[in-house]
Design a protein around this ligand. Sequence first.
Ligand code: PLP
Length: 644
Amino acid sequence: AERYGIDEWGAGYFSADKHGHMVVIDPENPDSPRVSLLTVMEGLRERGLEPPVLLRIENILDHRIKVINEAFTRAMKDGGYLNRYRGVFPIKVNQQRHVIEEIARAGSAYNHGFEAGSKAELLIAMASLESHESPIICNGFKDAEFIQLGLYARKLGIDCFFVVENPTEARIIIEQSRALDIKPLIGVRVKLSTRVDGHWQEDSGDRSIFGLSTARLLEVVDLLKEADMLDCLKLLHAHIGSQIPNIMNVRAGVAEACRYYVDLVREGAPMGHMDMGGGLAVDYDGSQSNWTHSMNYKLDEYCADIVDTILEVLNPLDIAHPELITESGRATVAYSSVLLFNILDVTDSNPLPDSSMDAEAPASDSAAADSTESTVSDLNEDPQILRLREVRDSVCPDNLQECFNDANFYREEMRDRFRRGTSTLRAMAMADNTYLQIIERIREELPNVARVPAVLQDLSESTSDIYYGNFSIFQSLPDTWAIEQVFPVLPIHRLNEEPTRTAFIADITCDSDGKIDHFADPSGQSRTLPLHEVRKGEDYFLGVFLVGAYQETLGDLHNLFGDTNVASIRITADGAVQYERELHGDTIADVLSYVEYQPATLLESFRHVAERAVRSGHLTVAERRTIVKSFTESLGGYTYYENI
Ligand code: PLP
């Protein structure tokens, strides 16, 4: 289990038990029995939910909301901050109803609200909040209808803020609030010049597409003054980026935001709220560093740094402490979801014994015969094969690098001959196999050398296996493909066995990008993952962890692989598993309808095609009936690989 760094990235929610199973720990009852993910997977199968399954663990989600709220409250108390914290969850990070409902339920104790970036998200927020004191923050482009909806939320007594991104929006807010006679709560989003490390550098700085420039900010302030509505300007919004790996950026961003706050107070706005957006990172690789997929700080430090920075700027100026809002998305939901899938097949790089390659070579074909070089028909006389065998038989601790270089040279020569038509497919296969034998021999000798040459250090990368997983990267892990996001990936069982294979993972789409070949590794990033040999007739399950943020929402229908099955579980105080909700994934008929095919019409067309085949004598009527039945059943089936 140590090799997968579970303790480093698991944040206390995951571990391995003595049976080698990956287990979930109920954060509220860490000493109660732990829940094996393999047992959960078996329980899901018994309920008819086949892999791939997205598993949500409600206890973890509840705990995240609790720890974020409590950490801010603690930091405020420790620092002498005289106001409160209210968090909001950005709906775009995971819009699934079950997730939103759970956040609303668990968040009501802390008046945790929602952030909405569109009309659709605002409707979700308005209908979901369980506490009247939970705020709604409206970001993004807002038309008159969006603003009317937000004003009605105000009328219901909800603290619904419009965060103004441009002067046009301010004009619409002024117009609509007058028309409906409802006083709005207005915020302004500023464009900070603080640059952040990591992937989302451009969320802030001059190239950010969000927020008001200084000139436009003043235009909005003047518009509100003219409309006699400056008393509605009550919030400053600044979002410096998502997944901020470096705490120094947080301090700098908050300090800059405070300067805007101070000057807006000086302009005469009542203010009173400061929203620092999202950005609280998740340590996906467990390295606790300022590398893109990690973070060099803890939650408590993040909260204390925001609170202390505000105090440092505002106290000397005698400005009242604003209510503090943050919009943590990733840090709220990432931990609570795990993608579970089975391995369907493995392409390994094990060399075969020479005896199994020794089939008779066919006579050279005419293309080769025409060429100036001749094809050697007896493989045992082929010069490249002979050289490669010599190299293989000479491998010893003193010449590993030389053998590796020679192996590459002679294999390349063979490939060259094949391209020119002077060697056969069988000869090349024999050369490739001898090459793998050499690599295997070199690998065996590596422990016997004092210093492994650099070129041999990533030997396992160049000859790694391919494990084919029953899932689609594009549907379930889109950030793996889009931004090379690293997620912890590991088997959920057999963790007490030494993994003997080195692999990367391919999905079942027909796309060369459909693979996971970046892995969290305690010593940095790795292109391969240690895995176990798949045993015949036995399932081998992998889990991809920390996938609750962004992945479900951004996923798409590449190759028409649809939504996976989804299940939510809750761990009871005595460590039992309750299967709370289950959602069967898309059927083939569902995904076809997303691309405008009506399943009934498609079936009708197919019946015609089958009838034509009967007429032309390709099918009997009875055969037609069997095939049409199979077609019909497929329409109702899962889009992923099924064992039928
Ligand atoms: N708020 C705003 C305005 C955002 O654009 C984002 C994401 O980029 C978030 C909040 C959520 O950020 P995170 O998931 O890093 O907490």
